[in-house]
Write a protein that binds this ligand. Structure first.
Ligand SMILES: *[C@@H]1O[C@H](CO)[C@@H](O)[C@H](O)[C@H]1NC(C)=O
Ligand SMILES: *[C@@H]1O[C@H](CO)[C@@H](O)[C@H](O)[C@H]1NC(C)=O
Length: 448
């Protein structure tokens, strides 16, 4: 694919840069007379170029030497040049001329600098989406006739090389973020873009090596709540399922800062994201879990739980604790396998240092988690039941001496029984309620 400027006589600066969709399909389409490409509007209101086979119901435009704008529903004969006008967003057609593809180097260079890479990337993405065949079936049936389209796509992929890589984008974003002239609004939107980028494992790791993770961790300490929230969001996404970044975040002091944020006066919506970051940082990372425990993380969470009357954070907290308990359990169970790898033995050793259940017992979680059963949300109750079952080995005495736990369980059981028996609910819901019944019964057995 080449970037080809228009050859009109207008001054260069005012020229649009045109991407020529050189649909020189003559060679393969010529056997099939009447083959045409059409610009059609799909159900999302987007415009796409599609092969309409024999011209069908489409109005066929006869191209001339001059560019004409293509309207949705119009088709062009095979061999025509179709291009996207970047200034108007319209597709245009003219007679196909081989020499149009090859213009002198000088013009091309001037033109290439006149468009921003972002714009180019946006347009390329649009074009690529446009030429995607609607279905695999369709793809098969037209595979042979469509080969030029495949070539076109490959050429577009090559063009992508001209477009900024994620690394370059991140570098630019970090520079802007770090610049003293950036406003809070600009920083917030930069964090949003970073959050999107760091979902890719490589990007998150590159963010670390560029010094960006440290910048994000430092921003947690900002005096602006919105910056605190957004930086916690970026951090949480960057460490998710990314051990290398988890380690870097621990080294950068992220855990301590996050815990301080949870323990101090902050709006709920900030704490929500901070909790997300903590949960992601601890996930499958016994080293961080151990530090979380030794720095009073469970106490911080229990105060948060007690203070969260609205229940926004409660489920998240219990879910996180449940995940940690079951994660450790899973590793230990796998540990019974004699043919185990040495690295797993090491993992086992690390988890053995995480005294989670004991900590939970100490911080009063045996009586805190049952409070979640009073919720009206099935999902909250489910999380509570699962966590209580997982904690039963250390909590069973407290469960038994709990003043109302047994009564609550009986009441819940009755409710779910009623719902299962009522004819109002559908099969899938029924299954879920039956699962709830199983959890309640299992817990009930433990209380005997
Ligand atoms: C941010 O700016 C400071 C000083 O202005 C510099 O030392 C630091 O390396 C910069 N960080 C990044 C990630 O660009
Ligand atoms: C955030 O501020 C606290 C207290 O001022 C400080 O101890 C901590 O190191 C800071 N964290 C970061 C990552 O800068």
């Amino acid at each position: 694919m080449q970037l080809v400027p228009s050859r009109s006589a207008a001054p260069l600066s005012s020229l649009a840069l045109f991407l020529l969709l050189c649909c020189h399909m003559t060679s393969t389409l010529s056997q099939k007379s009447g083959s045409a490409l059409a610009v059609v509007e799909n159900t999302e209101g987007e415009v796409e170029v599609t092969d309409v086979g024999d011209e069908g119901d489409f109005e066929v435009v006869q191209p001339t030497e001059e560019w004409q704008t293509l309207k949705p529903g119009q088709a062009v004969p095979a061999g025509s040049h179709v291009r996207l006008n970047l200034q108007t967003g319209q597709r245009e057609v003219r007679l196909g001329e081989e020499q149009l593809k090859y213009l002198d180097q000088e013009h091309r260079e001037t033109e290439e600098t006149s468009i921003s890479p972002e714009e180019l990337k946006r347009v390329m993405k649009k074009i690529k989406e446009d030429i995607k065949p609607e279905s695999a079936e369709h793809q098969d049936s037209v595979a042979s006739r469509f080969r030029p389209m495949e070539e076109l796509k490959r050429e577009m992929d090559e063009l992508d090389l001209l477009v900024q890589t994620d690394d370059q984008i991140m570098r630019r974003l970090l520079e802007q973020f770090n610049s003293s002239s950036s406003t809070t609004e600009q920083r917030l939107s930069i964090l949003l873009e970073l959050e999107y980028l760091v979902h890719q494992v490589d990007n998150a790791q590159n963010l670390c090596s560029m010094g960006g993770l440290q910048l994000v961790v430092e921003t947690l300490n900002s005096s602006d709540f919105r910056l605190q929230e957004s930086s916690a969001f970026v951090l949480g996404s960057a460490v998710s399922s990314n051990p290398e970044v988890q380690v870097k975040a621990m080294e950068g002091g992220a855990l301590q800062t996050l815990l301080t944020m949870l323990a101090t006066d902050q709006p709920l919506w900030v704490k929500k994201k901070v909790l997300f970051a903590v949960a992601s940082l601890l996930r499958n990372f016994p080293f961080a879990q151990r530090h979380f425990l030794s720095r009073g993380g469970l106490q911080v969470l229990s105060e948060l739980f007690r203070g969260d009357r609205g229940g926004v954070l409660r489920t998240r907290i219990v879910t996180m604790l449940y995940d940690m308990i079951s994660e450790k359990e899973l590793i230990s169970q796998a540990g019974l396998d004699p043919g185990l790898h040495a690295s797993h033995q090491e993992l086992l050793r690390q988890y053995s240092l995480v005294s989670l259940r004991e900590g939970l017992l100490e911080e009063g979680w045996c009586s805190l988690i049952p409070e979640l059963l009073d919720s009206t949300e099935h999902d909250f109750r489910e999380k509570a039941l699962r966590a209580m079952l997982a904690l039963a080995p250390v909590c069973v005495d407290q469960y038994r001496s709990h003043s109302s736990l047994k009564a609550s369980l009986l009441l819940l059981r009755e409710q779910y029984q009623d719902m299962i028996q009522s004819q109002m609910i559908l099969g899938e819901e029924n299954e879920y309620f039956e699962e709830m019944m199983d959890l309640i019964n299992a817990l009930h057995v433990k209380l005997r």
